[in-house]
Design a protein around this ligand. Structure first.
Ligand SMILES: Cc1cc2nc3c(=O)[nH]c(=O)nc-3n(C[C@H](O)[C@H](O)[C@H](O)COP(=O)(O)OP(=O)(O)OC[C@H]3O[C@@H](n4cnc5c(N)ncnc54)[C@H](O)[C@@H]3O)c2cc1C
Length: 431
């Protein structure tokens, strides 16, 4: 029997458990440990609430979650309730699937002013992450600036731009819906350091901006490369750029505009005690395709700034860390004997949910090669004894199903669920 502890119940964690089941069958026990009492990581707290078909992916993990040799151990923070050294003593393999939950800072003057938030916080707020339930973002307007040229920037713009009716069928949490309903934002500006050919925005997400009821996406035609240059792009990016070309034909229409400012990087955030404007420098691309400042600046009025420029994995005591990359130091997932990383904690914050699947299979192969088939380690019995001695309140998968049933029972009309947004409420909803 092999004993495996997976730290983190997001996609990378569940794909690792699934791969271990496939590799070892009945001869493995996997504990998926998560700091939250609810599973699925960013599928629950990152993926946009109005993208329910993507969130439904988590249902596919239930087959793994409900099998006898895999269990969920929620409400346990590794590095706090139990250490890595303790887990290595109990399990043959410890796999870090802790994601990259911290925002990469903007690193410009004024980025600590009230009104500046990172996307992990903002997205966590509208998605019911208990860490961010009390965020209260500045929604008075009239301006909001979003920094970044990827899909997270588009998610944030779309959530700010939608009417209450357009959230029908979503699982946006009640506190966010109530705050977004009356907001005073009229101009949303997306700042992208490089040009339309260098975006990391996918066609579906860009296309959605063209169908919003009260918002018009706008692109300055002067920012677009000559149309015949699109032919060299890969098909997905070409489709994205075709949406931008369509937006360049729009004219501003009340009440809300979404401006794409390309070749634009924020250099300072200014205001008297809170954000009032973002100072933006125009850029040009150098020969290697990197954006460099031109010295020409302009100001964008804003009461809210959301930075969507990437994430970092927080270090855990005893685990080698690559501070430059913001993730655990690893070679193809191997960190140290018996210690591995998968998903965003291994590769950094790129790729889709499915990109994490091969990671799980890679690590299962490595565990097969590195660990004995029959070990004398205690595995889950040892963890239970340790946590019981510390008085740690473990949440099981069955408990989570009780929490989920309560969320579904509490749903607004038409909504799939009303998420609990505090640990206490989650724990109280167990059956
Ligand atoms: C805003 C946003 C929107 C996205 N939208 C999409 C989309 O529409 N489609 C798509 O395909 N992909 C999307 N992604 C990407 C996708 O969510 C990621 O690829 C995926 O979630 C990464 O999986 P992971 O398991 O590595 O990390 P995560 O999903 O972040 O899971 C990490 C887990 O580890 C737990 N954890 C962290 N630290 C500890 C600790 N010390 N002890 C115990 N547990 C811990 C966390 O609670 C969490 O459950 C989006 C990402 C973001 C940020």
């Amino acid at each position: 029997m092999r004993h495996v502890a997976v730290i983190g119940s997001g996609p990378a964690g569940y794909y690792t458990a699934e791969a271990c089941q496939k590799a070892f069958g009945e001869a493995v026990r996997v504990d998926i440990i998560d700091r939250l009492p609810v599973p699925y990581g960013l599928i629950r707290t990152g993926v946009a609430p109005d993208h329910q078909s993507i969130k439904a992916v988590s249902k596919r993990y239930e087959a793994t979650a409900l099998s006898d040799n895999v269990r969920f151990v929620g409400n346990v923070t590794v590095g706090q309730d139990v250490s890595i050294a303790e887990l290595l003593g109990l399990y043959d393999a410890v796999v870090l699937a802790t994601g990259a939950p911290h925002d990469r800072p903007l690193g410009i003057p004024g980025d600590d002013l009230p009104g500046v938030v990172g996307s992990a916080a903002f997205v966590g707020w509208y998605n019911g992450h208990p860490d961010f339930a009390a965020l209260a973002p500045a929604l008075d307007g009239p301006g909001a600036v979003i920094v970044g040229a990827g899909n997270v920037a588009l998610d944030v713009a779309r959530i700010l731009a939608k009417t209450e009716d357009e959230f029908a069928g979503s699982d946006i949490v009640g506190h966010a819906l109530a705050a977004l309903k009356p907001h005073g934002i009229r101009d949303i500006t997306i700042l992208a350091r490089r040009g339309p050919h260098e975006i990391a925005m996918t066609p579906k997400e860009l296309g959605e901006l063209g169908h919003l009821r009260r918002a018009t996406p706008l692109v300055d035609p002067a920012d677009l490369p000559p149309a015949d240059a699109d032919a060299a792009l890969e098909p997905g990016l070409r489709k994205s750029v075709s949406h931008l070309r369509a937006f360049a034909g729009n004219t501003p229409a009340a009440p809300l505009s979404i401006h794409f400012d390309f070749f634009a990087m924020p250099v300072a955030i200014e205001g008297d005690g809170k954000v009032e404007r973002v100072i933006v420098e125009r850029t040009r691309l150098d020969e290697s395709g990197r954006a460099t400042g031109t010295g020409e600046t302009y100001a964008v009025p804003a009461g809210l700034v959301v930075s969507c420029i990437g994430y970092r994995t927080p270090p855990i005591e005893g685990v080698p860390y690559d501070a430059k990359q913001g993730r655990f130091a690893n070679a193809e997932g191997r960190i140290a004997p018996g210690l591995y990383a998968v998903g965003w904690a291994r590769r950094g914050p790129t790729g889709t949910i499915g990109t994490n699947r091969p990671d799980g299979f890679l690590i299962a192969d490595q565990i097969a090669a590195d660990t004995p088939a029959d070990s004398a380690k205690q595995g889950r019995a040892g963890l239970d004894a340790l946590l019981a001695a510390r008085g740690t309140d473990i949440v099981t998968f069955r408990d989570w199903q009780g929490i989920e049933r309560a969320e579904i029972a509490n749903a607004r009309t038409g909504a799939p669920r009303e998420k609990f947004t505090s640990l206490d409420a989650m724990l109280a909803a167990r059956e």
